[in-house]
Ligand binder design. Structure first.
Ligand SMILES: [Ca+2]
Length: 320
């Protein structure tokens, strides 16, 4: 074996090794570039996710996020105080899925020792189903909605007999606030101008099932309770909307933050009273021929210190 012949296989082996090494180097280099690229893409993707998260903040438990935007508020050809309809812009906000329950309110009272205005007055307003008249019932309160001669309030029903001041006190304690009237209607409409009269859709009864706890029969002397309830119902049982809210029509009226006024351009005259607040949504007492206020655009007013067995509230919070 000559040196040459000895070296040649070794050289060839070395060359193959070197070539393979170079291939490996190229492969490793390509792999590193790909890894760097993947890292850059991952960071960019994370940044995008982070931006998206900033645009839509984390939704508190029990609330729904509404991104806000332009919406038509009010309606034509319904009750006179709903006109004229107008276009406005709403900022992002959160809204409670359902009205504040008796159980929720109990926690507030236990934490603060709060006494409602009805408790301090010693009575509150209830409708007598025998006579169809509104009466003041001694010791009617959020604990005993029809008075102490009747069953205590159910934990999962909306709290009632809360004045605007009581509702506002709860909202402040919870780190929230009452929704504005515009926010309430925006949420009821799911931020859309669909033209649907109700928050859940276009019909009160769908496939034989009531979508809201309202009044059936002859108001105010006959309540047939075809929907299953003479008085309040558990929150979440009726009227789930596309956005995920419930009870935006019927069950209990809901306080809003705003002083009641007529919409600009309404031909009627009204002396604005700062004690009168807007309430929305109708209640279990609403009959189509009398109240018909479980529609998304319906609105009424209520004195801020008074309470009733068909009036509750839900809270809201700023979106961003
Ligand atoms: Ca009912």
């Amino acid at each position: 074996m000559t040196f040459h012949s000895f070296r040649k296989p070794a050289f060839l082996a070395y060359s193959v090794f070197k070539r393979e090494s170079k291939v490996m180097q190229v492969k490793n280099s390509t792999k590193r570039r790909m890894m760097r690229k993947a890292t850059v893409l991952f960071i960019a993707f994370t940044a995008i996710l982070s931006c998206t998260a900033q645009e839509q903040p984390e939704t508190p438990e029990g609330m729904v996020y509404f991104s806000g935007g332009e919406i038509i508020i009010g309606a034509e050809n319904t009750l006179p105080n709903e006109a004229p309809a107008f276009r406005t812009t709403v900022k992002p906000f959160f809204m409670d899925v359902s009205p504040v329950t008796v159980s929720d309110f109990q926690k507030f009272v236990e934490a603060t020792g709060y006494q409602t205005e009805a408790e301090r007055f010693g009575d509150s307003v209830v409708m007598d189903y025998e006579t169809g008249e509104w009466i003041m019932v001694t010791e009617a309160s959020w604990k005993y909605p029809r008075g102490t001669d009747y069953p205590a309030a159910d934990d999962d029903h909306p709290v009632t007999h809360v004045s605007w001041n009581d509702a506002n006190a709860y909202a402040v304690w919870a780190g929230r606030r009452l929704p504005t009237e515009i926010e309430w209607e925006y949420a009821a409409k799911g931020g859309q101008n669909s033209g649907n009269p109700y928050s859940w859709g276009s019909e009160l009864v769908e496939n034989g099932t009531y979508r809201a706890n309202v009044w059936q029969g002859r108001f105010p002397v006959e309540n047939t309770a075809e929907d299953g309830y003479l008085f309040t119902s558990p929150v979440g049982e009726f009227g789930k909307t596309e956005a995920g809210l419930t009870d935006m029509g019927g069950n209990v009226w809901e306080w809003t933050a705003d002083i009641y006024n007529l919409y600009e351009g309404n031909p009627a005259r009204l002396r604005t009273n700062p004690d009168m607040k807007v309430i929305r949504g109708g209640s279990f007492l609403c009959h189509q021929d009398v109240c018909y206020s479980y529609r998304v655009s319906a609105r009424q007013s209520h004195s801020h210190e008074s309470a009733s067995f068909h009036l509750g509230f839900r809270t809201a919070a700023d979106g961003i």
